[in-house]
Design a protein around this ligand. Structure first.
Ligand code: ADP
Ligand code: MG
Length: 403
């Protein structure tokens, strides 16, 4: 195991990590109900944020090092800054990026991704950052589109579609399929994408999706813990025409550089716990486990590819079982190399009943750290040169974010 090497000495190696690391794996330990550090109540566990270490002294004892270990004292803002900010900014520069929250139900996935009014999570903080970046980059113009879907029992539901909140909610709508083409990669269709031009608008669209998710099920909590919630923000940008350029030139459409298209995916995964015993739960659980297991399988296979001969074909995903679940199929672009990935694993230590599940989460995180070899490259190449996507250009013309 080179676990220790991967995450050790967080301070001294942070520069090197930035240079080579397109995958960030973090573990967040949630506080106990009384606010206490949950790792302190249990002699089996020790969470050390400074050393990015979780030490386990139970049956399969081990020291687990990650890029970040967040303890009970760490706020959402710190989690965002250390585990997501860089990725979000890179998405604005044209790379694909995925943040996902992994862990058993009740460990803080939604708290970390959505946060609260006083302590906003990764999603609202990313939105703030996106618009800051746009303001700081006056020489480019940006177009933002957002979609919000849920994967439940291996079916995709559009949380922004008009039919979602009524007629029995998201359950009733037409089935959404995953397709693939050379230009867009893997995508869900028909899926509503909203064009947004301000942070308020973007937050409002996501709130609408959250609302649809709640009203679409009678038992929100049960369902939400068994479904994956996927927010995707597509960012298109291009150089603005130089200020000296005459309107004549603008009309002729001479714009330096291509249109960059990249996607930020923010994913609140289903609970990673094992299926309960009753029959319906078991079907749901089987689907959840299938997608999370496939995710784990892909990660470990990527690891094999890297360990043996760094086989590029495997890293590009040709032999990996992405198609085994909707989640991994949708995430294929994010995991097959052309993307930055940040995995936030949440655990609630201190309750020894959870030790097995927590250990599974920590192992998942450790495997991810050693395996995903991601060679991020800007999505611009595909769109540069003379053959820019005319659709993008028209949309950018009409809906670009004004600064
Ligand atoms: P999950 O989405 O993983 O099922 P939640 O995010 O809903 O878990 O968290 C479960 C409960 O614990 C919620 O009441 C949430 O507010 C609380 N919680 C989780 N993590 C933290 C944290 N780091 N600090 C304070 N409260 C937390
Ligand atoms: Mg949740």
């Amino acid at each position: 195991e080179d676990v220790d090497e991967a995450g050790g000495a967080s301070k001294s190696s942070s520069k090197a990590k930035e240079a080579k690391g397109n995958v960030t794996v973090s573990v967040r330990v949630r506080p106990d109900v009384n606010g206490a550090d949950s790792s302190r109540n249990d002699s089996e566990w020790l969470a050390d944020g400074r050393r990015s270490l979780i030490a386990y002294r139970g049956k399969e004892a081990g020291d687990y090092y990650y890029d970040n270990v967040f303890t009970a004292h760490d706020q959402n803002a710190k989690v965002y800054d250390s585990a997501a900010k860089r990725l979000v900014r890179r998405v604005m520069e044209g790379y694909h990026g995925t943040v996902f929250a992994y862990g058993m139900t009740g460990t803080g996935k939604t708290f970390s991704m959505q946060g609260t009014a006083t302590s906003p999570g990764v999603i609202p903080l990313a939105i703030t950052d996106i618009f800051s970046f746009i303001r700081e980059t006056p020489h480019r113009e940006f177009l933002l589109r957002v979609s919000y879907l849920e994967i439940y029992n291996e079916k995709i539901h559009d949380l922004l579609s008009a039919s979602a909140p009524n007629g029995g909610g998201a359950v009733q709508q037409e089935e959404i399929k995953l397709r693939e083409d050379s230009k867009r990669g893997v995508y869900a269709t028909p899926l509503k994408e909203e064009i947004v031009q301000s942070p308020t608008q973007l937050l409002r669209v996501i709130a609408r999706g959250d609302h649809a998710r709640r009203t679409g099920s009678t038992q929100f909590n049960a369902r939400s813990s068994r479904s994956h919630a996927v927010v995707q923000i597509v960012v298109e940008s291009r150089e603005r025409a130089a200020s000296g350029t005459s309107s004549q030139d603008k009309r002729s459409g001479i714009i330096p550089g291509g249109v960059r298209v990249s996607t930020l995916s923010l994913i609140d995964l289903a609970g990673s716990e094992r299926a309960a015993d009753d029959k319906e739960r078991r079907t749901e659980g089987a689907h959840i486990n299938k997608s999370l297991l496939t995710l784990g399988n892909i990660i470990s296979k990527l690891s094999d590819a890297k360990d043996k001969n760094g086989n590029a074909a495997d890293r590009e995903g040709k032999h990996l079982p992405y198609r085994d679940s909707k989640l991994t199929r949708l995430l294929q672009p994010a995991l097959s190399g052309n993307s930055l990935v940040s995995i936030l694993c949440t655990v609630h230590l201190g309750s020894s009943a959870n030790s097995g599940e927590n250990l599974n989460t920590l192992k998942f995180a450790a495997r991810a750290k050693n395996s995903i070899v991601s060679h991020a490259k800007r999505a611009e190449e595909a769109f540069s040169g003379g053959s820019q996507d005319p659709g993008s250009r028209v949309l950018l013309e009409r809906y670009r974010v004004e600064i």
